[in-house]
Write a protein that binds this ligand. Structure first.
Ligand SMILES: [Zn+2]
Length: 609
């Protein structure tokens, strides 16, 4: 058998030598609290057991730190969180009530992208024993070192070929091969369920989700942002784009780093056609945070920068976020309260780039969008780029990009998703029948408030009948995505008197998580439970009528109704398949009788108008 050594690191674009002031954060070799990562010269990172044993020791040694489990993975590992606070009472209820702003940072949702864990270990060590205790004077800090704990132990040097270290990297998806950063709405994974419990129990004012990129080369080492110039939390968005960005960019620059915005090549290869913010939708942390009015920062450290540079930049970002919250956390709280009280009457389900004819999301990569020639030109952006050339491959006979390692300035078109579309009217509330228990359970996990029926209740509601549907992902491939067969559909509304059984719930949209409820329950939204396939049973017709009943009944129906006769003749004339198919004809007549299943293709959630 032939074996090949995979030395992908040899094929990475040239590394650029880096030194910065943040190198002074690295512990001295004699420091008893030096981390394994620091000791290795940032070549390796500790495994789960070693990381948690180190934190436990730190917790035992410092009154400022407390390590707790926030849930268990499917393989039985505790997902740990460190509470860093100078307050006496650190129960969830007490920290939620506290006047101090609360910062929640999470590392290792993609456990191969682990910079946050190592940065957090160093920072919490310096808070406990260094000169950084003052960071906790006005702020409380929650830190999850590894969220995807099982995946962190699926460790190998071959897991992330496009990333410059560490030597041992975890895997992207969890033990069930589910991507936790596609799970913020549907909530299949223990990992995201655990985080949502923390968010609901502690109510942080700022949430940070730390990753490492894939994709293009550029000069920035630490890129981060919210979801850009669109969304459902306008006050929070402005705070992130002005107050937060100005302060942390200055701090990163002063420490020798080059911060930048989240950068994605429009053509998924290089920047010759510009850059874009890809809107993933609330299955991702940043869009989810926006929808539930929680200031959320997605950090994407640049995968081609060395591990040491990335970890130190993350340390600076975490430390300065705490510093900023000490002075502006109260105003962020007020801004958040204002966003939480906003109730959009016309609610957009999607956003797109005005210069494109169709919406492009992160999970629709590879689809070439059509350009809208009538739109105003895109803004331009001064990109701190890396020079590149297009090479012709002798293997595939196609073009590919080669990054040359040389810093250059490049003016590029910046395509932003600023145009809302697919509007729906916001109902007063939703009635979810008891039969949808799996969905009700998940709505509760989001923290959405609901009233539960104890007696049957008849309500007049608007309901959707599915008129057309396509199974499959955004590319209409009928393949499982995250273990689900997705569906998209067209609907027609019906006003109905509907009887809801005990156990059914009423969800008012007049609540801070009302926007989230709309998004999860409107069947045409891409991250609704309907779209994720939680309502597939409505596509099945389960009762039948025999031909010996339907044939004479159809005859009688035609005899009694000239209008039906006309409709039948027209249908036969225009649809040859129908005209030659007894079963189709009998089903057509059946659908016009009272015996037909009136709930077939009826989306069972009611809208109270
Ligand atoms: Zn990631």
């Amino acid at each position: 058998m032939l074996t090949f050594t995979t030395e992908a690191q040899n094929f990475l674009p040239p590394a650029i030598e880096w030194h910065g002031k943040s190198e002074s954060l690295i512990a001295k070799a004699t420091d008893p609290w030096i981390t394994t990562t620091e000791k290795s010269g940032f070549v390796t990172t500790p495994d789960y057991d070693e990381t948690m044993a180190w934190f436990k020791k730190l917790d035992n040694a410092s009154p400022l730190l407390t390590m707790i489990s926030i849930g268990k993975s499917v393989e039985g590992r505790d997902i740990f969180m460190i509470i860093a606070s100078t307050e006496k009472n650190i129960t969830p209820a007490s920290l939620k009530k506290s006047a101090r702003p609360l910062f929640l940072a999470q590392a290792g949702i993609h456990s191969g992208e682990i910079d946050g864990k190592d940065a957090g270990m160093m920072l919490l060590r310096d808070i406990a024993f260094g000169n950084k205790q003052t960071l906790l004077e006005k702020v409380n800090f929650l830190f999850i070192p590894i969220l995807s704990v099982d995946a962190h132990e699926r460790s190998s040097p071959y897991n992330r070929p496009n990333q410059r270290g560490p030597q041992n990297m975890g895997w992207r998806t969890n033990a069930q091969n589910l991507n936790p950063n596609r799970d913020y709405t549907k909530l299949d994974t223990k990992e995201i369920r655990s985080v949502l419990k923390v968010i609901n129990d502690y109510d942080p004012v700022l949430y940070m989700d730390i990753h490492v990129t894939d994709g293009a080369d550029y000069q920035y080492d630490i890129t981060y942002g919210g979801i850009g110039r669109q969304g459902y939390s306008l006050g929070i968005r402005d705070w992130l784009e002005t107050t937060y960005q100005t302060f942390t960019n200055d701090a990163l620059t002063a420490s020798g780093h080059l911060p930048g915005p989240l950068v994605y090549a429009f053509n998924d290869r290089d920047f010759s056609q510009g850059m874009t913010i890809q809107i993933g939708g609330p299955r991702f942390s940043d869009s989810y945070g926006d929808l539930r009015h929680l200031a959320t920062i997605l950090v994407e450290n640049h995968s081609l920068k060395p591990f040491k540079q990335r970890v130190l930049g993350t340390y600076v970002l975490l430390e300065n976020t705490l510093k900023l919250l000490a002075t502006t956390g109260q105003s962020l709280k007020q801004i958040t309260e204002k966003d939480k009280s906003n109730r959009m009457a016309r609610f957009p389900l999607q956003w797109k780039v005005p210069q494109l004819k169709t919406a492009v999301g992160f999970d629709t990569r590879g689809i070439q969008p059509e350009i809208n020639a009538t739109a105003a030109p895109a803004d331009s952006f001064q990109l701190a780029a890396i020079a590149s050339v297009i090479r012709k491959s002798s293997v595939t006979n196609s073009d590919y990009v080669e990054w040359l390692g040389k810093p250059v300035k490049q003016t590029v078109a910046d395509y932003k998703s600023t145009e809302p579309f697919d509007f729906i009217s916001r109902p007063k509330g939703y009635w979810v029948p008891a039969s949808c228990d799996v969905v009700i359970e998940r709505l509760k996990l989001h923290g959405i408030k609901m009233a539960i029926l104890t007696q049957p209740k008849e309500v007049t509601v608007e309901m959707y009948r599915i008129t057309d549907y396509v199974f499959g992902d955004d590319n209409h491939h009928i393949l499982p995505f995250q273990g689900h067969i997705q569906v998209s559909a067209a609907t027609k509304s019906e006003i109905r008197k509907q009887l809801f059984a005990p156990g059914s719930v009423y969800i008012s949209t007049d609540q801070p998580l009302g926007d989230l409820a709309v998004f999860l329950l409107e069947p045409t939204s891409k991250d609704s439970y309907f779209s994720w396939g939680f309502f597939h049973t409505i596509f099945e017709r389960t009762e039948y009528i025999e031909a010996y009943v339907m044939e004479p009944m159809a005859k009688k129906m035609l005899d009694e109704s000239p209008a039906l006769q006309k409709e039948f003749e027209e249908k036969k004339a225009t649809d040859k398949n129908f005209a030659n198919n007894q079963n189709a004809i009998l089903t057509w007549f059946y659908s016009k009788t009272k015996y037909y299943d009136e709930r077939y293709l009826l989306y069972p959630v009611g809208r109270e108008l």
